[in-house]
Design a protein around this ligand. Structure first.
Ligand code: ZN
Length: 207
């Protein structure tokens, strides 16, 4: 009897570990096309694109703490069409196509329990839909191309990348499907920043 139990346990481990591994985000990868996507230094973040800096009011956007990091287009040519990838295994929670502020949000289950949500803003040509299962190799869209940058502004030649600790908020329905939004411009105090967001940099390695 005892022997049987042990055997079943071993069998279950062999069968379920490969299955489960698809559902957990064990490692996170930069969502941009660089040689080693685990290494933070392969990306370029300008001082103005850092997490947690105070952003003054701009256009119609009120002042707020910067809730993500701005990852520059890694292409050799400015405005090059470059892919944007999911940063880890997960399920697409929401796709919001809204010109320059288009956004994809992905839910990730963590093996230790709980969830994190990754959000990609200023994303163009989105090729995933809500409910899609993704992993770090899934292209979800691309950087904004040259003609659109000329129209909307050169400063959009980056993606705004966030890691949320809490579930994004409902932003109504589009074509019968609920869409979600981040708290990106809601953050007016530093303690709120840490309640809602991780510094995305902690998910990658230095070397
Ligand atoms: Zn940003």
């Amino acid at each position: 009897m005892k022997k049987n139990k042990g055997f079943i346990l071993i069998l279950s481990v062999f069968f379920f570990i490969p299955l489960l591994s698809d559902f957990f985000a064990d490692a996170f990868y930069l969502p941009i096309s660089v040689e080693n996507r685990r290494i933070l230094k392969q990306s370029y973040i300008s001082p103005a694109g850092e997490f947690g800096i105070w952003r003054k009011p701009y256009n119609k956007i009120r002042g707020h703490y910067h809730a993500g990091i701005d990852l520059k287009n890694p292409g050799s040519k400015s405005g090059a069409i470059e892919p944007i990838y999911a940063c880890a295994s997960g399920v697409v929670l929401s796709v919001w196509s809204n010109r320059s502020s288009s956004c994809v949000i992905i839910t990730h289950n963590l093996r230790a329990g709980g969830m994190v949500y990754s959000a990609y803003t200023h994303i163009s040509d989105i090729v995933v839909s809500a409910g899609d299962t993704v992993d770090q190799y899934t292209v979800i869209g691309s950087f904004i191309d040259r003609p659109k940058l000329d129209k909307w502004g050169e400063y959009l030649n980056h993606i705004h990348f966030e890691m949320l600790k809490v579930r994004p908020k409902s932003a109504g329905r589009v074509n019968g499907r609920e869409i979600y939004a981040s708290y990106s411009i809601d953050i007016l105090r530093k303690n709120e920043l840490n309640k809602f967001f991780y510094d995305p940099k902690i998910f990658f390695v230095d070397k």
